[in-house]
Structures are given as C-alpha cells and as structure tokens.
Design a protein around this ligand. Structure first.
Ligand code: DAT
Ligand code: MG
Length: 149
C-alpha cells in the first residue's frame, strides 16, 4: 500500500471544491487516512515547496499557498501516488487531460487547485511535514474486499 499527501489549495477551498476533490478520490476507491484544515505559515510553505526555491514562480507560489486556508489529506491505496497525480491532471491546466480535476476546474498554473506528492520519497517527507504519526488513522474499511482483490 502507498500513501500520498493531497492538498486542496486555497482556490479550491474558496471555490467550494473541497468536497469535489475528496469525492473523486473517495469514489475512486482510495482510502482517507488523515485530514486537517490549516492556513500554512510562510515557513511551512517554503519547506513544502523547497525544491522550487529560486525558480521565477517561487515567491508567487508561496504567496498563493499561504493566502488562505487549505485542506491537507493523506490518501492510501495501491499506487496511490500515481493514481492521485493522474486524477489531478498535468501541472498546467491547459495540458491536463479532460476529466481530470485540473482540466475540469482550472485555467491557470498559479491557481491549479490541488497538490499531490510526486514520488514515494516526496510523499513520506510531505506527510511527515503536515501530520504527526498519531494523526494518521489506519482503519479497516468493510468495502475493501469489493475494491481490492
Ligand atoms: P505539481 O503541483 O503538478 O506537482 P510542480 O511540483 O512542478 O507541479 O510545481 C508546484 C507548483 O508550483 C504547481 O502546482 C504550480 C506552481 N508552478 C509550477 N510551475 C509553474 C510555472 N511555470 N509558473 C507558475 N507556477 C508554477
Ligand atoms: Mg510537485
């Protein structure tokens, strides 16, 4: 099983799309194992996006992600990282495949609705940045036998 960090970014919260993001991942069959709402501090945002430090869009990205509350989640499932990334769509909404979240709800890369970890190491680091181990809930889901063989 894999775990991945998903963030409904400030635009998603402001636009009332928290439920839409959760609903898609939930209907897909992924299991929600962690959830919180918070407004990122500048320090937390800089840490979360540290790989992008120095890029031309970095300061704007920090202003955007700290501008209003976000919803941060951990989702679990086989190949959860890849499955979430494909459900989100490409970083640039114009390139996002039809039916993905970013294609259905976004126009601009600076307002692209969701974050999803991009690999196993990133996922582990990002989950640890936002969640204490005891805030992640390992739970039995009775429908799992109808979703996973
Ligand atoms: P993703 O969020 O799909 O993992 P990323 O990690 O490359 O994309 O970039 C992180 C975020 O930074 C992205 O969601 C939006 C912003 N960003 C990336 N490229 C950008 C660009 N060329 N101009 C403005 N913002 C950009
Ligand atoms: Mg990324």
């Amino acid at each position: 099983m894999e775990r991945t960090l998903v963030i409904v970014k400030p635009d998603g919260v402001q636009r009332g799309l928290i439920g839409e993001v959760i609903g898609r991942l939930e209907r897909r069959g992924l299991k929600l194992v962690g959830l919180k709402m918070l407004q990122m501090s500048e320090a937390l945002a800089r840490e979360h996006y540290r790989v992008h430090e120095g890029k031309p869009f970095f300061e704007g990205l920090i202003r955007y992600i700290t501008s209003a509350p976000v919803v941060v989640m951990v989702w679990e499932g086989p190949q959860a990282i890849e499955i979430v990334r494909r459900t989100m769509g490409a970083t640039h909404p114009a390139e996002a495949a039809p039916g993905t979240l970013r294609a259905d709800y976004c126009l601009e890369v600076r307002r692209n609705l969701v974050h999803g970890s991009d690999g196993p190491e990133t996922a582990a680091t990002e989950i640890a940045l936002f969640f204490k181990p005891e805030e992640i809930v390992s739970w039995q889901r009775d429908t799992d036998r109808w979703i996973l063989e």
